[in-house]
Ligand binder design. Structure first.
Ligand SMILES: *[C@@H]1O[C@H](CO)[C@@H](O)[C@H](O)[C@H]1NC(C)=O
Ligand SMILES: *[C@@H]1O[C@H](CO)[C@@H](O)[C@H](O)[C@H]1NC(C)=O
Ligand SMILES: *[C@@H]1O[C@H](CO)[C@@H](O)[C@H](O)[C@H]1NC(C)=O
Ligand SMILES: *[C@@H]1O[C@H](CO)[C@@H](O)[C@H](O)[C@H]1NC(C)=O
Ligand SMILES: *[C@@H]1O[C@H](CO)[C@@H](O)[C@H](O)[C@H]1NC(C)=O
Ligand SMILES: *[C@@H]1O[C@H](CO)[C@@H](O)[C@H](O)[C@H]1NC(C)=O
Ligand SMILES: *[C@@H]1O[C@H](CO)[C@@H](O)[C@H](O)[C@H]1NC(C)=O
Ligand SMILES: *[C@@H]1O[C@H](CO)[C@@H](O)[C@H](O)[C@H]1NC(C)=O
Length: 360
């Protein structure tokens, strides 16, 4: 009896000696724990699951060089993805992660991607993560919610107190304490679902600047979506600053401009992330809550975000190379990858030509 109590007491010891929560980092820094969710600049990976690596034969449609797990490990805290409809499938599973069309780049089911994020959140308990679903083919909230439920990630989901913009959002620490560390926005939802109240209609809570930009001198801070807003009337919404460049390839297909991304994601210079963040902070009197970038590791984009948050000496991040894996590499593998790249673009072009010819 006595020995058992002794053992029980001994088992408690490690907990008694753990550091106090004041020293524990939230989203990689102790200084962020007491900050409201909307008083933090969150680094976002644009089209997070669409990866330009071996798994996609270095698809030119890929927006990131590393997958969502590596993104989170490196400090990315917002992941965006497009959901498209696969007409030949049925049920909630017909909604898949595809880039523009499922022929171009298919990154699998929404459920599997959410499972990957949940696995990471299970292992990283002091981190608040935001998922932004671009609802390209207008999936109903019930179908999207069903995939959140089947992935199990819904157990972390934060539900807003109402469907109007709150005056202030909870602090990271209170979201962590409550176990509601997942913020979920969907662009857009025709109607919210009482069964899945954590699916927040993006443009109710967030506004964005224009995202279709092809020139380093053409970025703006002006609200583009939802329509009808101006820089002086954004209705208390949070600001998501799109900061990536497209280039137009064959047949008008838009692709990420990867050759220029070292400038785009830099801290200083014309068209750099750092300079644009500063510019928009000047316009709104506070920093953007989210920045969305392509190829997040280049720059690295995280530097400008740490700067905006006043964070130095971040903890718990895994470092990732700032190089561009598909550029400047040599070897037989890359030659054949380039061949496959061209082949995949040609396949899409052929599909488009056929579709046009048959008036589809
Ligand atoms: C957070 O608050 C500080 C102090 O008011 C401000 O400088 C900063 O821009 C804010 N950041 C965001 C994302 O609101
Ligand atoms: C993500 O990428 C890393 C490194 O390339 C790899 O080890 C890991 O298995 C990948 N994870 C998933 C879920 O694909
Ligand atoms: C669409 O769904 C069908 C039936 O489940 C499946 O065989 C096919 O691979 C899917 N296609 C894409 C591009 O996801
Ligand atoms: C935490 O949960 C309690 C009890 O459900 C609730 O009253 C409170 O508003 C929650 N706080 C946040 C930040 O969500
Ligand atoms: C930049 O914006 C100007 C004015 O809107 C437009 O005329 C021009 O075509 C844009 N440049 C590029 C490369 O998109
Ligand atoms: C990427 O942007 C830079 C800067 O505008 C431009 O010089 C370059 O041609 C673009 N790359 C492609 C492939 O369009
Ligand atoms: C971007 O890369 C180009 C080509 O490698 C190089 O000339 C340029 O100095 C780089 N710029 C920055 C800001 O890193
Ligand atoms: C932001 O940039 C625009 C265009 O480059 C410029 O006209 C404006 O003065 C800048 N605003 C601030 C507050 O820096």
């Amino acid at each position: 009896m006595f020995i058992r109590s002794l053992l029980q007491a001994a088992a408690l010891l490690p907990f008694l000696t753990t550091p106090t929560s004041a020293q524990t980092a939230c989203n990689n820094s102790p200084s962020l724990c007491s900050r409201a969710y909307n008083n933090i600049t969150h680094l976002g990976a644009h089209d997070s699951p669409f990866v330009r690596d071996k798994s996609t034969s270095f698809s030119t449609s890929g927006n990131q060089y590393y997958n969502s797990t590596v993104q989170l490990d490196a400090g990315v805290r917002l992941l965006s993805a497009q959901v498209h409809k696969n007409n030949s499938a049925s049920g909630a599973d017909k909604w898949r992660l595809c880039h523009s069309t499922c022929d171009l780049l298919d990154a699998g089911s929404l459920t599997n991607w959410l499972k990957e994020i949940k696995t990471w959140m299970d292992a990283n308990k002091n981190e608040v993560v935001t998922v932004l679903i671009v609802n390209s083919d207008s999936a109903p909230a019930s179908d999207i919610g069903a995939q959140f439920a089947s992935s199990g990630i819904d157990s972390y989901a934060y539900t807003p107190p109402s469907t109007s913009v709150p005056k202030t959002w909870p602090t990271l620490q209170s979201l962590i304490n409550n176990g509601t560390r997942l913020m979920t926005f969907v662009a857009s939802l025709k109607e919210t679902s009482p069964q899945y109240p954590y699916l927040m209609d993006e443009f109710t809570y967030v506004f964005e600047n224009d995202f279709e930009n092809e020139s380093p001198t053409n970025y703006t801070c002006t609200p583009d979506r939802p329509t009808g807003l101006t820089t002086s009337s954004t209705g208390g919404r949070m600001f998501l600053m799109n900061h990536f460049l497209y280039s137009t390839a064959l047949f008008g297909i838009q692709q990420p401009n990867s050759t220029y991304v070292n400038v785009t994601n830099a801290e200083t210079g014309v068209g750099s992330l750092g300079a644009r963040l500063d510019n928009c902070t000047g316009v709104y009197g506070r920093a953007a809550q989210f920045v969305l970038v392509d190829f997040f590791n280049v720059g690295p984009a995280m530097k400008s975000v740490d700067q905006a948050n006043g964070v130095s000496g971040a903890t718990g991040r895994k470092s990732v190379s700032t190089a561009q894996p598909d550029e400047g590499a040599s070897g037989d593998d890359d030659e054949s990858a380039a061949g496959r790249r061209d082949a995949s673009v040609m396949a899409v072009v052929a599909a488009v030509v056929v579709a046009v010819a048959f008036g589809l």
